[in-house]
Design a protein around this ligand. Structure first.
Ligand code: 5RP
Length: 226
């Protein structure tokens, strides 16, 4: 049973004719894009924007009509994965390095549906290191500022090189441990000048579709006890 596929395909049921759709990034979003491609080939009429080069390439290959940001001023629905989600639909995102584009697209959407397998659902965020996108200029100072917030921070690598996002920035993976107030931490991160964006998504997701290994699907809207 591919639980990521299970969740992703359920979420795609919420896509209707005429919608402008945001395409997420990662191995769960992959299945959503694949299903959307299938529905488009069967006649579904949508337009889409992608949150990464990888998702854009996949969508193009599947014949999903892509538009530029100059052609649309908002989206109806974004479907994207998450690295962690809690019962208030607060998320950690950015494991795939696309958090900045993902946040721009999700915040420009009327609705965001998170798709995930059950391992991503947690009581308290923070076991997954929080990805923070930072500019390369003076990254040493930015990382020092992140550490002052109480985490262990490490620049992400890709082989022997430092990992670069689609926007040419670095990612600092920050181990905070349990994050008691995601909102407070988000404010502190935003105050650091070298931080472009962080992977805390608070008050952005409207619904989570969670695939379980027993083959069932849990849908969360609003607060729930995970
Ligand atoms: C990419 C992301 C992904 O949505 C997140 O990493 C989840 O990925 P996956 O579905 O592969 O587990 O935030 O930046």
């Amino acid at each position: 049973m591919n639980v990521k596929q299970l969740a992703a395909e359920k979420a795609v049921e919420y896509v209707q004719d005429g919608m402008k759709v945001g395409l997420g990034t990662g191995s769960t979003a992959y299945w959503a894009i694949r299903k959307l491609g299938e529905r488009v080939s069967e006649g579904l009429k949508i337009t889409a924007v992608a949150t990464s080069q990888a998702s854009e390439d996949q969508a193009r290959e599947l014949g999903i009509p892509l538009v530029n940001f100059s052609e649309v001023d908002s989206l109806d629905l974004t479907i994207d994965g998450a690295d962690e989600l809690d019962g208030s639909l607060q998320l950690i995102k950015g494991g795939g390095g696309a958090l900045l584009r993902e946040k721009i697209v999700a915040m420009g959407s009327t609705r965001m549906i998170v798709v995930a397998d059950e391992s991503k659902a947690v009581k308290t965020l923070g076991q997954f290191p929080l990805p923070v996108e930072i500019v390369p200029f003076a990254w040493e100072w930015t990382v020092a500022d992140l550490i002052k917030l109480g985490c262990e921070a490490e620049l992400r690598r890709s082989g022997d090189e430092l990992y670069k996002t689609d926007n040419g920035n670095y990612i600092a993976d920050c181990r905070f441990g349990a994050i008691d107030s995601a909102a407070e931490l988000a404010l502190s991160l935003q105050r650091i000048p070298g931080v472009v964006e962080h992977g805390l998504f608070i008050g952005i997701a409207d619904m989570a579709v969670i695939g379980k290994t027993d083959g069932t699907i849990e849908i969360i809207e609003g607060d729930s006890n995970l």
